[in-house]
Design a protein around this ligand. Structure first.
Ligand code: TMP
Ligand code: ASP
Length: 240
């Protein structure tokens, strides 16, 4: 990509650039890390390239299993090509094990197994601290059509089943994760954004060790090593 490409959007972890094709964007993954809606900031060495690679592997796996995503391919080492979408400002979280805000909100010990996956919706708005919402809010605020929300929820639960089954043999337990969806100009709904240790909780199946952004949020150290370990296992799962 040339230095003159138009920056369409800049978020906390990624930049989105225009390409020659109006329906395709280049997503550049930054090394900067934030947590708690941007209140905590730092840099994780090599995070951009690692998360670009992890997202690429996971989107490829999901596409191969019938999930419609924005992913088109890799470009530079920290860049992905993706279909251009307008992000729907509803974050879909799926949880298999109580951790983070759910553990706090419901007074559950972190690590408590949930009998069934729990799906939650959050309004994507840092200034408001991404408040939890439900489908009535989505409807009342016109954030997504009913059919879109239904597709998002179904896709999120399917992504959960697919990812959990893929990760478990690699020694990674999928505790919870956040997805974002977008619409193409033609109105097609696609899984978008990223899937990485920034947006998922991964625990080592054997030791319970945290291999995700909680190491940064909680100042545990070994952040880059954990992200690299997730990538190493995913690459092993691809057969190299
Ligand atoms: P939480 O326990 O903090 O609500 O987070 C649930 C999951 O969603 C966890 O895997 C981290 C991810 N997440 C994001 O990717 N972005 C966010 O803004 C939030 C709040 C959570
Ligand atoms: N990514 C979000 C933020 O930057 C939330 C988090 O991961 O804690 O605030």
């Amino acid at each position: 990509m040339t230095g003159t490409a138009k920056l369409l959007h800049e978020g906390k972890a990624k930049q989105v650039y225009a390409t020659d094709d109006p329906e395709v964007v280049l997503i550049r993954f930054k090394d900067e890390a934030t947590a708690f809606d941007g209140k905590k900031r730092g840099t994780i060495e090599a995070k951009g390239p690692i998360n670009a690679r992890i997202s690429s592997i996971l989107f490829t796996y999901l596409e191969a299993n019938g999930v419609a995503t924005h992913y088109l391919g890799t470009a530079g080492e920290r860049d992905l090509l993706a279909r251009r979408v307008t992000i729907i400002p509803v974050e879909v979280v799926v949880r298999n094990i109580a951790a983070g805000s759910l553990a706090r909100r419901l007074g559950l010990a972190e690590g408590t197994n949930l009998e069934l996956p729990v799906l939650e919706l959050y309004l994507k708005d840092d200034e408001l601290g991404d408040p939890m919402i439900n489908r009535y809010h989505v409807r009342a605020l016109g954030l997504a059509a009913d059919a879109e929300l239904e597709t998002m929820e179904e896709a999120a639960l399917r992504v959960n089943a697919l990812l959990a089954a893929h990760l478990e043999p690699l020694g990674l337990r999928l505790v919870d994760f956040k997805l974002e969806f977008g619409r193409t100009a033609a109105g097609r709904l696609l899984l978008a954004d990223e899937i990485s240790p920034d947006t998922c909780r991964f625990w080592d199946v054997r030791t319970g060790e945290k291999l995700d952004k909680d190491r940064f949020r909680r100042d545990m150290g070994g952040v880059e090593e954990a992200y690299r370990e997730v990538l190493r296992r995913l690459e092993a799962g691809q057969g190299g």
